[in-house]
Design a protein around this ligand. Structure first.
Ligand SMILES: NC(=O)c1ccc[n+]([C@@H]2O[C@H](COP(=O)([O-])OP(=O)(O)OC[C@H]3O[C@@H](n4cnc5c(N)ncnc54)[C@H](O)[C@@H]3O)[C@@H](O)[C@H]2O)c1
Length: 344
């Protein structure tokens, strides 16, 4: 039995990581830490885990082997490094860190510690995404030429359940980055994984259009991002992400090939293959929306499989770093107004 723990007991921990560890037959949720008094205790009580309000004490919990780091982005580096140094395997929420330097330090610490550091880029486990990847690999759309990928919603203030206790989300989010780091990173990870091609250069426009702090000023970080991306093999595409999509959520990805088009999430939880011949093949993946990746516990299951030595890391730290490298290139491109190569 693998004893697991949670660091940062907010919405992603409660909605995803805790249920996943509780359901996984190979794990027992043993310890929960959150610095906000009472927050860890509230969850721990339900699951028979020990609550902590001190990180060192939590990491010293007897037999604790693995932890999920579910803190805000700006605390990932310090928390992950502390957990690795104490001998724990770590599943770190996305984005890996707030900048490349931090991410590299985290990976180096993992290597020195001999412990697993996996990044929770969970969009890879969504059925429409792996179905699209499978179709691409089978050659269903011939040679891939281009893509467009969208991921946008009405802003974290409308989904982060703890924000009410902590004031305006954007007041406290300073230091966590903007929408590109928070949301766009999902697709910066997804596209190379889906296409099997790395992103090699970017051209970015990342404005702040509508989100404000409580004093009425526009937030310092971007709330919208439009990126052109060049990938290996000459594939060129575009990414749109934003916190200013009001009235619906946009999460479609389209892959354009010489023999047709793949569209994910055109309907919720579906993939549609449009063939050059005019034939249309619809894959209804809705049964998975509740039970499979829709329940979104699968990333934790993958983490546990890796620890148990059954499978290689599903999202190795090195791939978290590649995502951070692209994000740095995006920042540079927005600053200079130029195409920027992704340095390796
Ligand atoms: N994979 C996804 O789809 C997805 C979705 C939402 C959020 N996230 C990521 O999950 C992480 C947490 O987001 P959230 O929405 O749960 O935020 P949240 O604000 O709801 O929860 C964060 C929790 O961390 C605690 N915390 C703050 N500082 C801490 C510290 N130094 N050490 C330990 N705990 C600390 C807070 O008290 C809070 O309970 C972020 O990295 C975010 O990007 C991922």
């Amino acid at each position: 039995m693998i004893l697991t723990g949670i660091i940062g007991c907010g919405s992603i921990a409660r909605g995803r990581h805790i249920p996943a560890y509780v359901q996984n037959p190979h794990t027992r949720l043993a310890a929960i830490y959150d610095p906000v008094p009472g927050r860890a205790a509230r969850e721990a009580e339900q699951y028979g885990a020990v609550p902590y309000e001190n990180l060192e004490e939590m990491l010293a919990h007897p037999g604790l082997m693995a932890v999920s780091v579910c803190t805000p982005e700006k605390y990932h580096r310090d928390t992950v490094i502390a957990a690795l140094k104490s001998g724990k395997h770590v599943l770190c929420e996305k984005p890996m860190a707030v900048n490349l330097k931090q991410a590299v330090e985290m990976k180096e610490t993992a290597e020195k510690s001999g412990r697993l550091l996996m990044i929770s880029h969970n969009q890879r486990i969504y059925e429409p995404h792996w179905k699209a990847k499978q179709l691409i690999e089978e050659g269903a759309v011939g040679k891939v030429l281009s893509f467009r990928t969208f991921l946008s919603h009405n802003g974290p203030e409308n989904s982060v359940t703890d924000s009410g206790q902590m004031g305006n989300y954007y007041d406290r989010a300073e230091g966590n980055g903007g929408v590109m780091l928070s949301v766009g990173c999902h697709r910066i990870d997804l596209i190379p994984w889906m296409l099997g091609r790395k992103i090699i250069s970017v051209m970015a426009c990342t404005p702040t259009l509508d989100k404000r702090t409580s004093d009425g000023c526009l937030i310092r970080n971007e709330d919208t991002a439009m990126i052109l991306l060049k990938c290996e093999g000459g594939i060129t595409g575009m990414l749109y992400t934003g916190w200013c999509t009001y009235g619906c959520t946009d999460r479609e990805t389209h892959i354009f090939g010489t023999e047709g088009v793949i569209k994910t999430f055109e309907d919720p939880w579906s993939v549609t293959l449009y063939k050059k011949s005019g034939e249309k093949v619809y894959y209804d993946l809705s049964p998975w929306a509740e039970k499979g990746s829709g329940g979104a516990t699968a990333i934790v299951d993958k983490f546990i499989e890796c620890i148990a030595g059954k499978k290689p890391s599903f999202v190795p730290a090195g791939e978290g770093i590649e995502c951070m490298q692209v994000l740095e290139a995006v920042r540079e491109s927005d600053r200079t107004g130029r195409w920027v190569d992704v340095s390796r």
